[in-house]
Design a protein around this ligand. Structure first.
Ligand code: PHE
Length: 346
């Protein structure tokens, strides 16, 4: 009786196959569940005679193993195919999300370009602190006590008086020239790029900070001719060959003689436009021969050595290239503005 049932169920199990998890679960409940067929058969088995038990016991165990093995195999196949189905949900051939590339700030582009040109002439780069004492920003540079640049109008003072005198935000990077000369002996040939501060109302044409590149060359027998040739070369490299230059006499406390240098307007090529106010010329930098007093203040023998210095505003140079009408754009960090200079060279 029991033997017949087992034979019948064995056939059923052997014939069973599915790739469906729900169907397999049905199979498990039907045969292997706590109220399933195998449980029933084992219950019935308890009632058979001891002689029968001997043969039937073995058959029964084989039958149970068969059901379990069937379930195990089908379950393995189904979960394996489930894993591949899950990973197939991602289309690995789709292009990924791109990273947005950052761009260089227009002022950084111009600063790099200026530095590269002077590098070719053997100028290195020197940096110094933005918070300066009176000595490095003014006194060593030959500013008289009552010079208007020391006035509150122009300088952001942090601390008045004290052992080292006033402490202020540097108004130019000439302070780095002083630090360099104090620290060593000529020859010096270096550029001083950096941010400087002046107490001005913020408008399209003025800001309370801007960026400079100053330069210093001190050695034996440095002349005004060297100054002119160096700056002439710089301008040809920066704005292209054929750019004209002119020097106008000027005044700075730390240079004597002093000059301002104009170039033929890079925008209208000298014909006259809004940028050059119709004159065909634009001023780009101040320069001069380092005043002997400054050399002496820094511990350099002014009878043996002479030198020239120059200073320019990076914003001004960038304006002449990119025709940016409002200085404030440089510091507002509007990416729509900044992105325009992605591939710019001056
Ligand atoms: N330090 C001057 C300024 O900030 C620029 C300058 C530097 C002029 C060197 C002459 C020589 O205006």
């Amino acid at each position: 009786m029991l033997q017949d049932q087992i034979t019948q169920y064995t056939e059923e199990i052997n014939a069973f196959s599915t790739s469906n998890a729900a169907e397999l679960e049905q199979f498990r409940i039907r045969f292997l569940g706590t109220k399933g067929i195998i449980k029933d058969i084992f219950d019935e088995f308890k009632a058979v005679s001891p002689e029968e038990k001997r043969t039937l016991g073995k058959v029964l165990n084989q039958f149970k193993q068969l059901a379990e093995a069937k379930y195990q195999t089908l379950n393995d196949t189904i979960s394996a195919s489930q894993d591949t189905a899950d990973s197939n949900q991602f289309d690995l051939t789709l292009p990924g999300e791109g990273f947005e590339l950052g761009t260089r700030h227009p002022l950084a582009i111009v600063r790099r370009e200026i530095i590269e040109i002077f590098n070719k002439l053997g100028f290195s780069v020197a940096e110094g602190p933005e918070i300066e004492d009176d000595w490095h920003n003014f006194s060593a540079l030959n500013f008289p006590e009552e010079h208007p640049a020391r006035d509150m109008q122009d300088t952001f003072f942090i601390k008045k008086g004290g052992e080292k005198g006033d402490i202020a935000l540097r108004t130019h990077t000439s302070s780095v020239q002083v630090r360099m000369m104090e620290a060593g002996q000529p020859p010096f040939r270096a550029l001083m790029p950096g941010r400087v501060y002046r107490n001005e109302a913020i408008s399209a044409r003025a800001h309370c900070f801007f960026h400079q590149v100053e330069g210093l060359y001190v050695d034996e027998k440095v002349s005004f001719a060297d100054l002119k040739q160096t700056l002439f070369y710089f301008v040809q490299e920066l704005y292209g060959e054929g750019t004209k230059v002119r020097f106008r006499p000027s005044y700075f406390p730390f240079t004597e003689p002093s000059a301002e240098m104009d170039i033929s307007c890079s925008i209208c090529k000298g014909a006259g436009c809004q940028m050059c106010k119709g004159s065909g010329w634009v001023e780009i930098l101040g320069c001069g021969m380092v005043d002997p007093n400054v050399l002496e203040n820094c511990g350099i023998d002014s009878k043996k050595y002479s030198g020239f210095a120059f200073g320019m505003g990076i914003e001004r140079i960038a304006n002449l290239k990119f025709e940016i009408k409002d200085l404030r754009l440089f510091s507002e960090n509007d990416v729509r503005f900044l992105k325009q200079y992605q591939s710019a060279t001056i």
